[in-house]
Design a protein around this ligand. Structure first.
Ligand code: NAD
Length: 483
């Protein structure tokens, strides 16, 4: 296993128009290591005048810069160079992302860093096949469509997967010829700044991507409201998503919303129990449960209910929780005090539940909580109904397929869902009935840049990944020539 050292991180500045600069106000935000509670570094806290400068830089790079006008092959070359630099600097990026978010290095390398490289490679290829179509009208004319970039994209991302959730916006946006202003989470902005240096080194023209760090209210709000922004790509909580949609509605700015989730994971009585347990555990401890597509609601068929609980009671306490920089760690800390407090509040609300595993905060520096399994809660419990965003699994029993589907679809969310069964027909039948943008069968968190995902209901709308993501960053124009 590769050893990664805790890095020392220089103070972060804003990256605007290809230049590093401080916020006009000179204000700074402290960034905390969630594994120790100590300050890592500080970053600039952008305000509305910094937002103006960043949007102006992106606007100039779109309106008169070379990026949108470059041949798709040339854009692809730059994106491939970005991917290459991510791979070359994988150790540095793994260390930074692990330090900032508390992600185990063993998870961070394949999941966060190498997937980000894959995303740039994937969209480099698609940049070269964004063809329009010819159409045959019912009158003498030659008609064809063009796929054009939308313009300046505001990309706003959450704390939990900083690198991949920014790449999943910036890579397709750039591939389509747009320019970008990225506002990462104020809690975990470090990899976004490292990526700014990579963009510059890869030869991206000045202003094509700008990175401004700051809070939702001081930086995010003025960015959303800016008249120079043509498209908003947001990932974050449903509550923030509603505000963003309302603001976008005022200016009719197109918006993609990737929001919260609370997925059900169904174990049928014909499931391979060992495989199912591995999938269930992965589904709720992956990224310390801070995963929009986590599977925190386990639904188990009555005949195997006690068997599954027994297996979880045996396996969950053995999941290695600890220092993210220990290569054997599977579960790190929550990303910060607000995330830990939220988990503790929900576990406290579960008084009366059968505690199958865990249940407590871990008594050490940083923001650690035991992976926790709670059974026999009433179906109406808020612990089941709401998104906890931590390593907590609730378990409910069902008798029939219809009951399983009804329970799975019973929350307002609809991002992911999963099921464990050896019956192929049942897998297809249930997958079709689940309210979710992605359904996994017999495993969890199988993601790839080629596979689209996104939400239904309160989990938002629009799709990231896959060729579908390019739809969010292009507009179709029809040209009709009289013959
Ligand atoms: P959050 O909504 O608090 O913040 C997300 C981003 O929005 C941050 O950059 C924040 O600074 C910014 N922001 C906050 N208020 C804003 C405002 N008024 N205007 C503009 N920007 C604003 O979310 P979080 O706590 O960082 O992330 C966790 C949430 O994100 C969870 O609900 C999770 O399910 C969701 N999430 C969804 C997906 C997905 O793909 N659907 C992926 C990851 C996380």
């Amino acid at each position: 296993m590769t050893t990664v050292e805790r890095p020392t991180v220089a103070p972060g500045r804003l990256f605007i128009g290809g230049q590093w600069r401080d916020a006009v106000s000179e204000r700074r935000t402290e960034i905390i290591d969630p594994a120790t509670g100590r300050t890592i570094t500080t970053v600039a806290a952008a305000g509305s005048s910094d937002v103006d400068t960043a949007v102006a830089a992106a606007r100039a790079a779109f309106d008169s810069g070379p990026w949108p006008g470059l041949a798709p092959r040339e854009r692809a070359r730059v994106l491939l160079r970005v991917a290459e630099l991510i791979r070359e600097r994988a150790d540095e990026l793994v260390a930074l992302e692990s330090l900032d978010v508390g992600k185990p290095v063993a998870l961070c390398r394949p999941v966060d860093v190498l997937t980000a490289a894959d995303q740039y490679e994937y969209y480099a290829a698609l940049a070269q096949s964004m063809d329009g179509a010819t159409r045959q009208p019912g009158f003498p004319a030659h008609a064809y469509t063009r796929r054009e970039p939308v313009g300046v994209v505001a990309a706003i991302t959450p704390f939990n997967f900083p690198l991949i959730l920014s790449s999943s916006k910036i890579a397709p946006a750039l591939a389509a010829g747009n320019t970008v202003v990225h506002k990462p989470s104020d809690e975990t902005p470090l990899s976004a700044l490292a990526m700014a240096a990579i963009f510059a080194e890869a030869g991206l023209p000045a202003g094509a991507v700008n990175v401004i760090t700051g809070t939702g209210s001081d930086t995010g709000e003025p960015l959303l409201r800016h008249p120079g922004v043509d498209k908003i790509a947001f990932t974050g909580s449903t509550a923030t998503g509603r505000r963003i949609a309302a603001t976008a509605g005022e200016r009719l700015t197109p918006v993609t919303l990737e929001l919260g989730g609370n997925a059900a994971h169904i174990v049928f009585d014909d499931a391979a129990i060992e495989t199912a347990i591995a999938g269930v555990i992965k589904g709720f401890v992956f990224n310390t449960g801070q995963f929009c597509m986590a599977g925190p609601r386990l639904l188990v068929a009555a005949p195997v209910y006690e068997t599954v609980l027994e297996a979880l009671a045996g396996a969950v306490p053995g999941v290695p929780v600890g220092d993210p920089f220990d290569p054997g760690t599977v579960v790190g800390p929550l990303a910060g005090p607000r995330q830990l407090a939220k988990v503790e509040q929900y576990v406290a609300k579960a008084a009366g539940a059968r505690v199958v595993a865990g249940g407590r905060r871990i008594d050490r520096d940083g923001y650690f909580h035991e992976p926790t399994v709670l059974a026999d809660l009433p179906a109406s419990s808020l612990v089941i109904a709401e998104e906890i965003f931590g390593p907590v699994l609730t378990v409910q029993r069902f008798d029939t397929e219809n009951e399983a589907v009804a329970l799975a679809n019973s929350t307002p969310y609809g991002l992911a869902a999963g099921l464990q069964t050896r019956d192929v027909a049942r897998a297809h039948r249930i997958a079709a009935r689940l309210h979710a943008g992605i359904v996994w069968v017999n495993d969890w968190a199988m993601l790839d840049p080629a596979i689209p995902f996104g939400g239904v209901k309160d989990s938002g709308f629009g799709r990231e990944y896959g060729p579908e993501a390019l739809d969010a960053y292009t507009r179709t124009k029809s040209v009709v020539i009289s013959l």
